[in-house]
Design a protein around this ligand. Structure first.
Ligand SMILES: *Cc1c(COP(=O)(O)O)cnc(C)c1O
Length: 364
C-alpha cells in the first residue's frame, strides 16, 4: 500500500494530514454552512469571505504591500506563459527577456514566442541544465518589457537562491514549485505566480501577485478572461472560480501560519529536509549521481539517477513496496526525483534517506 505520508510526487504534491481531514469533512458538509464545499455558490457571502481570507493570509505570510493585487486564476501556470506576454509585452519595441534554466522556463519561452518577440539571455543547454547563471553575468536590455525566470526548476531540481537586484525592468518569476517554501521580498518583483498543486493545494487555481503599476501596460482589446484587469476588477470572481481548490489552498495557508509557524519556520524545515536527502545521496555517490551541481541544488525537488541504470527499476519497485510514491523522474530527463514540498514531513524524508542507504548496502 502506498502512503500519503510518503508521497514525494512532483505534482500534484502531498498535502498536510490536517488539511486532508478538514477537506474530507467539508466534502460532506462545511461546519459553518451545512452544505458540501462542492455545492457552495461562488456568489455566496461565505465564498466572498473565503476569497478575502485566502488573500489576507498570503498577504500577511509574505508581507505583501497593498500595491500588489493577489489574484486566483485558472489555466494553471501554463496559461501565464501566454497571458504575461499578451498583457505586458504586446506594445513593446524590444523583446521580452528570459532565462532558459530548464524544462519549465523553456516552455515559458516557447509559448511567449507564439505571441511576442522573446529573447533568451542565458541558456543552460551546454551544461545539461545542471547549473544556473550568476545574475551579474547576464547581458540584459534596459528596454525589455519584462525579464522572466523560473525560481525553481521542478524537473531538473535547480533553484535560484534569490532574485536579481534592481534590474531596471519589471521582474517576473514563475514560483510554481517553491512559492511559500521560503521567504522572499515581493518588492523585488513586478509579478510572481504559482499554481497551487505543488506547494499550496490541489490543482485548479493559480495565485498571481501583480504590482498595480504593471496594469497600465495592458493593451486594450484582449479577450476579457485573458486580461488581468478583468480579474482585478472582479476580485477573482468574474466567472465561476475553482471554489474547492481555493478552499483547500486557504486551509493550507492557515496550516502554514498556525501549525508550522510561518515562512521562516517552513524555510528551516525545508533546508533540513533537503540537507538530509542530499547527504544520503552523496554517501552513495559511487552508485548515485545527483543531477544538479552543488551550488544550484533545489530544496524542493531532488533529481538523481543510478549510475547503473538497471538498478533504477529495482529501486522504484522496492520503494513502492515500502509505501513510497512519486519517485519517478520527469519523462523529459528520466531518472528519479524526490519532491520535498512543504507538506512532506521531516520524518518522511528521514525514511527515504534510510531507504537509499539500505538499498545501497544491499545492492552496492
Ligand atoms: C509544474 C510547473 C508548471 C506547469 O504548471 P501547470 O499548472 O500544469 O500549467 C509551470 N512552471 C513550473 C515551475 C512548474 O513546476
Amino acid at each position: 500500500m502506498l502512503s500519503n505520508l510518503l508521497n514525494f510526487s512532483g505534482g500534484p504534491g502531498a498535502l498536510p494530514p490536517s488539511v486532508l481531514e478538514q477537506t474530507q469533512c467539508a466534502i460532506a458538509a462545511l461546519p459553518d454552512t451545512g452544505l458540501s464545499i462542492l455545492g457552495m455558490s461562488h456568489r455566496s457571502e461565505w465564498f466572498k469571505a473565503l476569497l478575502q481570507e485566502a488573500q489576507d493570509n498570503i498577504r500577511s505570510l509574505l508581507d505583501v504591500p497593498d500595491r500588489y493585487h493577489i489574484l486566483f486564476l485558472q489555466g494553471g501556470s501554463s496559461l501565464q506563459f501566454s497571458m504575461i506576454p499578451m498583457n505586458f509585452a504586446a506594445a513593446a519595441t524590444a523583446p521580452a527577456e528570459f532565462v532558459a534554466s530548464g524544462y519549465w522556463s523553456r516552455k515559458a519561452i516557447g509559448e511567449a514566442k507564439a505571441v511576442v518577440n522573446a529573447h533568451t539571455v542565458w541558456d543552460g543547454a551546454a551544461g545539461g541544465y545542471r547549473n544556473l547563471p550568476a545574475w551579474g553575468d547576464l547581458e540584459r536590455s534596459a528596454r525589455a518589457p519584462f525579464f522572466h525566470y523560473v525560481s525553481n526548476e521542478t524537473v531538473e531540481g535547480l533553484q535560484f537562491s534569490g532574485a536579481p537586484s534592481a534590474i531596471g525592468v519589471p521582474l517576473i518569476a514563475d514560483m510554481s514549485s517553491d512559492f511559500l517554501s521560503r521567504r522572499f521580498d515581493i518588492g523585488d518583483y513586478a509579478m510572481v505566480y504559482a499554481h497551487a498543486q505543488k506547494n499550496l493545494g490541489p490543482a485548479g487555481v493559480t495565485v498571481a501577485l501583480i504590482d498595480e503599476a504593471l496594469l497600465s501596460r495592458i493593451p486594450s482589446g484582449l479577450p476579457p478572461m485573458l486580461d488581468y484587469r478583468t480579474h482585478v476588477e472582479h476580485g477573482s470572481n468574474y466567472n465561476t472560480p475553482p471554489v474547492f481548490s481555493i478552499y483547500v489552498l486557504n486551509l493550507v495557508s492557515r496550516w502554514l501560519r498556525d501549525e508550522v509557524g510561518g515562512l521562516d519556520a517552513i524555510e528551516h524545515l525545508n533546508q533540513r529536509k533537503a540537507g538530509m536527502l542530499y547527504q544520503a545521496l552523496e554517501r552513495q555517490r559511487q552508485m548515485i549521481e545527483v543531477h544538479a551541481d552543488v551550488a544550484a541544488r533545489s530544496s524542493m525537488n531532488v533529481a538523481f539517477r543510478f549510475r547503473d541504470e538497471s538498478l533504477q527499476g529495482l529501486f522504484l519497485a522496492e520503494a513502492n513496496a515500502a509505501g513510497f510514491s512519486g519517485l519517478e523522474g520527469h519523462r523529459s530527463i528520466g531518472g528519479l526525483r524526490a519532491s520535498l514540498y512543504n507538506a512532506v514531513s521531516e520524518e518522511a524524508v528521514r525514511q527515504l534517506a534510510d531507504h537509499v542507504d539500505d538499498f545501497a548496502r544491499r545492492h552496492g
